[in-house]
Design a protein around this ligand. Structure first.
Ligand code: NAD
Ligand code: TYD
Length: 350
């Protein structure tokens, strides 16, 4: 049996990945290690939690002794590492929690794998990262795998640091690794502090839509299930030691994306045309706000035959519909109701 440790599997992208792996590979054993921070919810995984090939473990990647015990208990063949503090605005308020989880947590995982894995035969450590490590683009151009690192927020700096450490364990200790750097994801189960779920929630409740700065910041949006498909492909077929960029070839200026969302929401909520857009409110900019991200994913497309399956307006509508249909989920994550329930249920045991 092939045992994979997925970290951060109760979060947004991790839950989509867990669902894909558990359903696609009944012969694998998938262990989901997650601390269940404000961003992690087992409610994201109710459809797979009873499957025989799935195990949830609550724990902290910052706790190195706990990780050693976990690696001793399960004979992992691979690690797919997603656990992280992931929100740029929070990293501006509290950089240290990003340093702890994203940097120290990653080193702890690398050390636990290194101790447990001996000669590394048949092993693989896959580190999931972000395009934000490359810094910011001007009006033109794309990030490639050769673009120099130039992180500019505490979040992206902590992710850049962890990317370097993963590559250092490859070069220094011979650990088999692969890294991917992905653009902004969107879709179901994203914590409503991020742009799209926050704005869907606010439109529904007729609250202001806080657009940072002039709203002309550009992001390349990828449907989250397409990211999970890419991770699966890279884990199985990516070349040892390589990096793959993942992106949707789907650039939007924030304000254009917001207007497109507003039109969809008017329609879905059966409100007057233009009423959602009236909620748009320009607010003070995010400090150090990166102007534009855009990914050149041709290496992944040409080598591994991956391409995005969902086009943006279709994905935007599916996203809006999902949050409207799952308003209880949204209420529970924003009130912390799930955390209270699951933390009581799981306590702090391995
Ligand atoms: P998320 O914030 O939704 O989920 C993070 C998960 O990690 C949560 O379940 C949380 O409980 C868990 N976690 C946090 N600290 C932990 C710790 N100390 N120990 C164990 N678990 C812990 O994040 P996401 O958006 O799903 O992102 C997942 C990964 O993908 C991150 O590494 C992020 O940097 C990367 N990424 C995200 C995006 C995006 O658009 N969201 C894009 C590219 C890359
Ligand atoms: P976000 O979802 O936080 O992702 P990231 O900063 O990692 O790209 O934000 C996406 C874009 O939307 C980014 O340019 C910041 C902007 N934004 C707003 O204008 N208002 C908001 O309330 C939020 C959360 C984001």
């Amino acid at each position: 049996m092939h045992h994979i440790l997925v970290t951060g599997g109760a979060g947004f992208i991790g839950s989509h990945l867990i669902r894909l792996l558990v359903n696609k590979y009944p012969d694998y054993h998938i262990v989901n290690l997650d601390l269940l921070t404000y961003a992690g919810n087992l409610e994201n995984l109710t459809d797979v939690e009873h499957k025989d090939n799935y195990t949830f473990v609550k724990g902290d990647i910052v706790d190195d002794k706990f990780l050693d015990e976990l690696f001793a208990k399960y004979n992992f063949d691979g690690v797919i590492h997603l656990a992280a503090e992931s929100h740029v605005d929070r990293s501006i308020e509290d950089p240290m929690s990003f340093i702890k989880t994203n940097i120290i947590g990653t080193v702890n995982l690398l050390n636990a794998a290194r101790k447990a894995w001996g000669d590394y035969e048949g092993k693989r450590f896959y580190h999931v990262s972000t395009d934000e490590v490359y810094g910011t683009l001007g009006e033109t151009g794309f990030f490639t795998e050769e673009t120099s690192y130039d992180p500019r927020s505490p979040y992206s700096s902590s992710k850049a640091s962890s990317d370097h450490l993963v590559r250092a364990y490859h070069h220094t200790y011979g650990m088999p690794i692969v890294v991917s750097n992905c653009s902004n994801n969107y879709g179901p189960y994203q914590f409503p502090e991020k742009l799209l779920p926050l704005f869907i929630h606010n439109i529904k409740n007729k609250k202001a839509l806080p657009v940072y700065g002039d709203g002309k910041y550009t992001r390349d949006w990828l449907w989250v299930e397409d990211h999970a498909i890419a991770i699966d492909k890279i884990y199985h077929e990516g070349r040892n030691g390589e990096t793959y960029n993942i992106g949707g070839n789907n650039e939007w200026k924030n304000i254009d994306l917001i207007h497109a969302l507003c039109e969809i929401m008017d329609d879905l909520l059966d409100r007057d045309e233009g009423s959602s857009a009236e909620l748009i409110t320009y607010v003070k900019d995010r400090p150090g706000h990166d102007r534009r991200y855009a990914i050149d994913a041709s290496k992944l497309m040409n080598e591994l035959g991956w391409e995005p399956t969902i086009k943006s307006t279709e994905g935007l509508r599916k996203t809006a519909e999902w949050y409207l249909e799952n308003s209880e989920w949204l209420e529970n994550v924003t009130s912390g109701a799930y955390q209270k329930y699951y933390l009581k249920q799981y306590g702090s045991e391995v």
